[in-house]
Write a protein that binds this ligand. Sequence first.
Ligand code: S3P
Length: 177
Amino acid sequence: MACEMPSNLILIGFMGAGKSSVGRILAARLGRCFVETDEMITAREGRPIPEIFADKGEAHFRALEDEAVRLLALKSDDVIATGGGLPCREGRPEALHAIGTVVWLSGDFDTLYERALRGGDRPMLSGRTREQAEALYEARKPFYAKADLAVDTTALNPDQVAARVAAALAERRRQAV
Ligand code: S3P
């Protein structure tokens, strides 16, 4: 019996993987709405993520992510970019699988780290050495690896990554028929 796939497309991966840029391109390409969990959180709190971390700490931010994940269950057919740490907690991979197809934008650590440092204020990197950030990536990989699909972004630009994701999804749909 063919079973229906959950309808959202969910991008996960470490900081610097390109989840937001790729998500925007994919949403336009597939004619879907684009949603970012970090945007849901900043809209709810009325201030940027670095301020939330500085004022209330990481534990509070993770609780806000829990709420965002609950709200994602109301969505269908959207492209959703998650924050880098969102899938890396007990129960989160399962919660994401329940609402869509999960795609890990992977990459080698040096490339992701360089991109993340170039890309603005990231509280999870600001208090860490390069080695500590790499240890964080290693600790998160088992969670990311629970995705339905993975695309290595190391040598690709966001357009190329979006094309690979779209092709992988089309192939997956063909196999499911
Ligand atoms: C985080 C990544 C950020 C943001 C927050 C925490 C993390 O998102 O959710 O700063 O724990 O890796 P990006 O992955 O888009 O940078």
